[in-house]
Design a protein around this ligand. Structure first.
Ligand SMILES: Cc1cc2nc3c(=O)[nH]c(=O)nc-3n(C[C@H](O)[C@H](O)[C@H](O)COP(=O)(O)OP(=O)(O)OC[C@H]3O[C@@H](n4cnc5c(N)ncnc54)[C@H](O)[C@@H]3O)c2cc1C
Length: 478
């Protein structure tokens, strides 16, 4: 299957070297990191071939068809402070399809109260940091007055942490919160509410370095930093269709269903990238595949400690999809306490559902449920949704299914920072990208895009090309 300027002819990749003068870069892996690297290299006038093993681009953030609907494998959100992912959306012409809410507003429903269901909101005001969250915190009904005051003090202490200090990665966030006076309730009703969704770990399992990065950047950098953005269309519309269109116009040759089996350095110092049936010659290679696959493809000597790539833990995310015959949720999304339900999103319009309502439940840190049979999940979650959404009580469930991503993210555990390599390898012309590389961010779309730009920047230097067209957030990778 061929897209853009590439042609497959009798199983052979035809020579397109006439397309651009100068070096040829091969990008392996068509997730957000690889697509970004390919676009950034092509924008700098490098001839690029992008190779993806699956039939589509988008990697871990994709869509598929089911019974006339378009379904995302997992609900994805980003924050206004995700400047790299927002650049990516702009670059593919998709920003208007995944807008950011005007001002942070998260409905939080607590079901654990003896008096019944109680709604609180996490909002911000148009005031400077940290006052922008002051009013919302002061009136947050899911914490006692003392807990609210202590959250404010911990937030200020967090603001004082130096993210460049490697010692932060040796501690866990839960212990730090406890040492800063945070009750179990404050952790559950506030810190984990945000942290589980962004880190895919509870505070006790998360590196203080990564957690501090998320909270400092998201809540304490700029008043609008935590405003939430999400796709109003299927993810595949952005990460596959629009991305392909832009890759094509940039002159990138994109080959899907093309799995790379090995990468070797030639006698002339160039690279040979092996796909079934042939070898592509390249001056630079960006390896933008998950860490385990990268370990399998990296040539000997490319990293000082390649075994680190096998030491990453991984963490699952489960999505539960429920289609009701009527509207049961009035807001675009909400989150909940006192129930196994975490975040609920309305996916009705995005999926193409014409009648009723389609809800997607995004369940992070799903280690205990990821392998449970659908019937058991149905039995647990439908009554919980009825408790959470009173209108679901009389509604008919037209469909119930789940999507399971067992290795959705790397586990953001203490010590993970030392495992994450930068974009450069010891092999000249070979670069790494992927949400798991050393971007300072947890495994997110933001991290993937940052890594793609970082790897492209490093490759451009080696190819003797200008980095002038790289986006503002680009920083030379170590
Ligand atoms: C259910 C779920 C929910 C999530 N929610 C969020 C969220 O709300 N917000 C957020 O920011 N992030 C979220 N994430 C994380 C985010 O999706 C990922 O961090 C990001 O998409 C990773 O991109 P990547 O390019 O680094 O890697 P990947 O997406 O893993 O891409 C790697 C690509 O390489 C390809 N590949 C592998 N081996 C080969 C080979 N040998 N040859 C050719 N191709 C190969 C793979 O097929 C894949 O397409 C979520 C992830 C999941 C699964």
């Amino acid at each position: 299957m061929t897209h853009g300027n590439g042609t497959r002819d009798g199983g052979q990749l035809a020579d397109v070297s006439a397309l651009r003068p100068g070096g040829h870069a091969v990008v392996v892996g068509g997730g957000l990191a690889g697509v970004t690297a390919a676009l950034a290299l092509a924008d700098a006038k490098v001839r690029v071939t992008l190779l993806e093993g699956r039939p589509r681009l988008g990697g871990l953030a994709f869509s598929f068809r089911r019974g006339g609907l378009t379904v995302d494998n997992g609900q994805h959100v980003y924050l206004r402070c995700c400047t790299a992912y927002r650049w990516f959306l702009d670059r593919i012409g998709g920003a208007a399809l995944a807008p950011v809410q005007e001002r942070l507003d998260v409905p939080v429903v607590d079901l654990a109260r003896p008096e019944g269901r109680r709604l609180g909101r996490l909002r911000r005001d148009a005031l400077p940091v940290p006052l922008h969250l002051g009013r919302s915190l002061a009136t947050y009904p899911h914490l006692s007055l003392a807990e609210r005051a202590s959250v404010g003090r911990a937030a200020l202490a967090l603001k004082g942490l130096d993210l460049a200090d490697p010692a932060l990665d040796t501690q866990d966030f839960g212990s730090w919160l406890a040492a800063h006076g945070q009750s179990a309730r404050a952790v559950e009703a506030l810190w984990d509410l945000v942290g589980v969704a962004t880190l895919n770990a509870v505070a006790g399992d998360a590196s203080l370095g990564l957690a501090a990065m998320v909270f400092k950047t998201g809540l304490l950098s700029d008043p609008g930093a935590a405003d939430i953005g999400w796709a109003r269309v299927p993810l595949g519309e952005l990460h596959d269709r629009l991305a392909r269109k832009e890759l094509d116009s940039a002159g990138v040759r994109t080959e899907v269903r093309t799995r790379v089996t090995s990468i070797r350095m030639n006698e002339n110092g160039g690279w040979g990238v092996q796909v079934p049936g042939e070898t592509l010659e390249a001056d630079a290679v960006v390896l933008a595949v998950p860490q385990r696959e990268a370990h399998g493809l990296l040539p000997e000597g490319a990293l000082d400690a390649p075994e680190n790539l096998l030491e990453f833990g991984t963490a699952p995310i489960l999505n539960i999809h429920v289609i009701y015959d009527r509207k049961v949720l009035a807001t675009p999304f909400l989150t909940a306490l006192g129930t196994p339900v975490q975040w609920v999103f309305d996916r009705t319009d995005a999926s193409g559902l014409r009648e009723g309502q389609y809800l997607a439940l995004s369940q992070s840190t799903a280690q205990n449920e990821i392998d449970e049979p659908v019937a058991a999940l149905r039995e647990r979650y439908l009554p919980e949704l009825e408790r959470l959404l009173p209108r679901a009580r009389g509604a008919e469930v037209r469909d119930f299914f789940v999507t399971r991503e067992r290795t959705a993210t790397f586990a953001p555990a203490p010590g993970v920072g030392r495992l994450r390599p930068g974009a450069r390898t010891k092999a000249p012309g070979l670069y790494l990208a992927g949400a798991w590389t050393a971007t300072g961010w947890p495994a997110t779309m933001e991290s993937a895009v940052r890594s793609g730009v970082g790897a492209a920047g490093a490759a451009l230097g080696a190819l003797g090309r200008s980095r002038g067209l790289l986006p503002d957030f680009f920083e030379e990778a170590a």
